[in-house]
Ligand binder design. Structure first.
Ligand code: ZN
Length: 99
């Protein structure tokens, strides 16, 4: 992903946003982010999900689907708080006049 460091915060916010709506799993998130123009490989997304979980923004549960199992991530209270704060910051940025 170009400008990776700059955009990684936004990617994390997208993840939180979607995990606030319903439990999400890795491949679903990769497809969703691709539609937003963020192309992430599993090697980038999975560590990102794990990090958000370690930091307390997401919680995960494994669900069986036939012969395979899948890890679903859901937002936590801390995640909702962080998302709200970040949304306010983004609105602030949006309100800035163009140079
Ligand atoms: Zn999104």
């Amino acid at each position: 992903m170009e400008h990776h460091d700059l955009l990684s915060g936004l990617v994390r916010l997208h993840v939180l946003h979607h995990a606030a709506q319903h439990p999400v799993y890795g491949q679903w998130m990769i497809d969703k982010l691709a539609r937003h123009g963020y192309r992430l490989s599993p090697g980038t997304l999975y560590p990102l999900l794990a990090k958000l979980e370690r930091e307390g923004y997401l919680t995960s549960a494994t669900a069986r689907e036939g012969r395979t199992s899948r890890k679903f991530y859901t937002i936590t209270r801390k995640g909702r708080e962080g998302l709200e704060v970040a949304r306010a910051c983004l609105n602030d940025l949006k309100g800035e006049p163009d140079p």
